[in-house]
Design a protein around this ligand. Sequence first.
Ligand code: GLU
Ligand code: ZN
Length: 297
Amino acid sequence: MYVGRFAPSPTGPLHFGSLVAAVASYCDAKVNHGKWLLRIEDLDKPREIPSAADTILRQLEAFGFEWDGEIIYQSQRHAFYTEAFQQLNAQHLLYPCTCTRKEIADSSQQWGIEGVIYPKTCLTHALKPLAPSAWRIKTNATPIQFEDAIQGTLSQQLNEAVGDFILTRADGLFAYQLAVVVDDAAQGITHIVRGADLLASTPRQIYLQQLLQLNTPHYAHVALACNAAGEKLSKQTLAKSIDASQANQRLFEALSFLGQHPPDELKNATMADLWHWAMTYWQLENVPKIKNMVVKM
Ligand code: GLU
Ligand code: ZN
């Protein structure tokens, strides 16, 4: 049984970095005779670009990706996230927090991998009345270890790497970490192949899976594509949208980036030939490891 997925956020069109993640998860699912599901992570409406989800779907179609089953949209799944939230709350693991970013920055003494560690102020002090509250989950010092199929064995202590993290924001939005865990389980995902920007989030997701008594999928994180300045390709670094009229060239490049060495004569091949080659010769073992693990755990 293999169920993989691609889960883009509609904050902009696909760029080369997201194409690489899509190609990796697709090839790995297909060579393992698995399913490949699609989920649009449109949880963060304020950051969303309204037409981006449709653009992404059209880009995927132009490349010849074929997904299985219905596309899931996170914006329609709040009831499931609420249920998981309540299940965690019943375990006395959650608490409200009315601190502002500035208050946290001013009062924290400790740095983690994504900035300051929340100093648990709202656990020990009264909440600010009338202030909208986020909800955090308590973390602890038990190391969370997992085997990444590309990057090897990794371990993180959540309390010192990230601290008590947010599950719902003060504006009421569910956090990515909670939604992704609920949806991966709901879709029966067994294998997650995605960009290494999410490597450091994986222990948080495993922690939530354990507390919600959900299976932990297999993980494989592919190194990120960078621009000439060495910055990760993303909407923030203004990565260019992929041009579907050059789909075969881009697919050839994505496969090369993934360490698959497609033969030169495929440079001008049709999409069908390229995909056929990829489905025949894909080897996860050939995907390069991150060299000097820039991702702090
Ligand atoms: N929606 C996330 C992104 O576009 C990916 C989530 C995932 O693959 O777990 O970065
Ligand atoms: Zn607080």
